[in-house]
Design a binder for this molecule. Structure first.
Ligand code: ZN
Ligand code: CU
Length: 477
């Protein structure tokens, strides 16, 4: 029998973290049908991968790609990194279910009023199914989105009745295609939410087999208390939980991952807990005064009233305009920013932690985005694994494939294994590297050679194909 595709003679890194081996990978009808020696099998297409790595397509554990999947379905920022699946709806922010609002920060990171037009999760899922993207997605429903849909004021905990309403919304979202629930408890729309409210909603997600991801209430001085809160939610809602973009921010918290990682390790003994991390010492979100004092440097990523300031240093803007930081924030808002506020040693410690997952947290709507949007995965492979030797290439790949699919319950992806869906990336281990930088953030990575989603070629030699084989995935409970 003739195969659809054979990727021959590559170094197969299977996603488990185990040693790679030289093998052929056979693909038929969108699935991997053989891994081994298939030299005498004929195929419609043979891709010679000698000297190259053949890995499962990368899974971006943490994204804000809800809108870009619809507005730029080629998903160039992700596909050019070898990413074949994204988890959307993180940090409490999902596009659905919400309509007819002017989205406050951080909801405006996804898009403006015209994009908040999905009354139900089903409406969003249907549009994605009708107009599929090049890559797969798995969606979470966001707590801040639900609060805005339900409450007249956000600066207080939800009442019993409001919690009941939101519980119904979580139930509906889970039934209509969501795979979990996310919070952004540090952000203005949700910082006043009670732990009880979060537990109640996480419980509904749990009952439906979902996962819980959280941008915690605090990632700086009180990070340890936030981890405690997260563990209590995981325990009481009995839900598999992911701490989003784990880090400790601000100079006085440098080094504190020596404290938080053992805390997480201890909690893992009795709750299902993991985290995602991006490989940079700068964060990025809305321009909010609360982050300024903890940052060495602040870069503006976008500004509605002053688009010309995208890419500029906040300090430079203050100097040019001869105004205070507070005044500048007022004039620039609504806006987004990059904050340099983490320590490289902490970052490396977090990346190295066993079982961790790589998530870009990229912001695809930004005019001058944080380079993590285009650079995260090749940076881990090229810079942290190959150049710094932080971990083996096999361990690096596991952090972007198998660790993530098993945490999120994506059962038929994340490994190179017979029977699984053919999401595959072929990359050059010698040359793979991020090229997106803080000065020049929109740059496709080097060394990502061919990317297949469900067996279809979506990217090769820096070219995007017209194929849109992405599907909406759901978590296997
Ligand atoms: Zn976040
Ligand atoms: Cu995020």
């Amino acid at each position: 029998m003739k195969a659809d595709l054979i990727i021959s003679g590559g170094r197969v890194i299977d996603g488990t973290g185990q040693n790679s081996r030289i093998a052929d990978v056979v693909i038929n009808k969108g699935r991997i049908t053989g891994v081994g020696d298939f030299a005498d099998v004929e195929a419609d297409r043979t891709l010679n991968a000698a000297g190259k790595c053949v890995a499962p397509g990368f899974i971006d554990a943490h994204t804000h790609d809800d809108r870009v999947l619809l507005s730029s379905p080629d998903m160039s920022c992700k596909i050019s990194q070898g990413v074949t699946t994204v988890v959307t709806g993180n940090c409490g922010v999902s596009l659905a279910p919400l309509e007819n609002v002017d989205p406050p920060p951080p909801l405006n990171l996804l898009g403006d009023r015209e994009w908040y037009r999905f009354a139900t999760t089903a409406a969003y899922a249907n549009e994605l199914r009708e107009e599929p993207a090049a890559i797969n997605s798995l969606m979470l429903v966001g707590h801040s989105t639900l609060r805005i849909a339900t409450m007249d004021r956000l600066d207080r905990p939800a009442t019993k009745r409001e919690i009941q309403k939101m519980e119904k919304l979580v139930d509906a979202a889970m039934e209509q295609g969501a795979s979990g629930f996310s919070t952004g408890l540090e952000y203005p729309p949700s910082i006043s939410a009670s732990e009880e409210e979060v537990i109640a909603l996480a419980k509904r997600a749990s009952v439906a087999g979902g996962i819980y991801t959280t941008h915690m209430r605090n990632e700086s001085d009180d990070v340890h208390l936030s981890i405690d809160e997260t563990v209590r939610v995981a325990e009481q809602a009995e839900i598999s939980t992911v701490i989003s973009h784990h880090k400790t921010c601000g100079k006085n918290n440098f080094g504190r991952t020596c404290e938080t990682l053992p805390q997480i390790e201890e909690a893992k003994k009795f709750v299902q807990l993991n985290f995602d991390v991006y490989p940079y010492v700068a964060s990025s979100t809305s321009l909010l005064p609360q982050y300024l004092s903890k940052s060495d440097r602040v870069l503006i990523t976008w500004s509605d009233p002053h688009p010309e300031c995208s890419g500029m240093e906040l300090s430079q803007i203050c100097e040019d305009w001869n105004i205070s930081t507070d005044e500048a924030v007022d004039l620039l808002s609504p806006a987004g920013a990059i904050y340099f506020q983490m320590d490289e040693e902490d970052l490396q410690r977090v990346l190295k932690f066993p079982g961790s997952m790589i998530g870009s947290d990229g912001l695809p709507s930004d005019r001058f985005p944080h380079p993590r949007l285009w650079g995260t995965f090749p940076r881990v492979l090229g810079h942290y694994s190959r150049d710094l030797g932080l971990f083996s290439l096999e361990e690096a790949v596991a952090r972007m494939t198998g660790n993530t699919s098993s945490t999120f319950g994506i059962t038929d992806r994340g490994y190179i294994r017979e029977g699984l869906c053919a999401d595959i990336v072929v990359f050059d281990p010698e040359t793979v590297i991020d090229r997106a930088s803080f000065d020049d953030p929109i740059q496709a990575a080097a060394g990502i050679e061919s990317v297949f989603v469900n067996g279809e070629l979506v990217y090769e030699d820096f070219q995007w194909t017209e194929k849109r084989p992405g599907v909406l995935l759901s978590r296997a409970a």
